[in-house]
Design a binder for this molecule. Sequence first.
Ligand code: SF4
Ligand code: F3S
Length: 100
Amino acid sequence: MAFIVTAACVDCKYTSCVPVCPVEAFHEAPDRVYINPDTCIDCNACVSECPVDAIYAEREVPENLQEWIKLNADEAAKNPIITGTHDPLKGPKCVDPNAG
Ligand code: SF4
Ligand code: F3S
């Protein structure tokens, strides 16, 4: 089992999830992050850090986001590890619950 980053991260990339990870499981793509399922130790620390609720335990990923399980597995290791935070993207596809 692993934790899974899903669609809400796209274009947001708050990265507040990243520094709480004890095992550097996060990888950074241009518009999102992924969790490497081979690295994640299922500690659950990252879930509550995401302001757009993008991260789910694998067994709790909603039906409409199931494709993200394979996406994280396939894409994480193709992108570099990220360990720190940076300014969020807050791009046009980012649904920010705190905006407006
Ligand atoms: Fe890292 Fe824990 Fe989140 Fe897995 S569940 S990505 S180990 S913080
Ligand atoms: Fe993405 Fe949320 Fe982390 S927007 S970078 S999963 S804090």
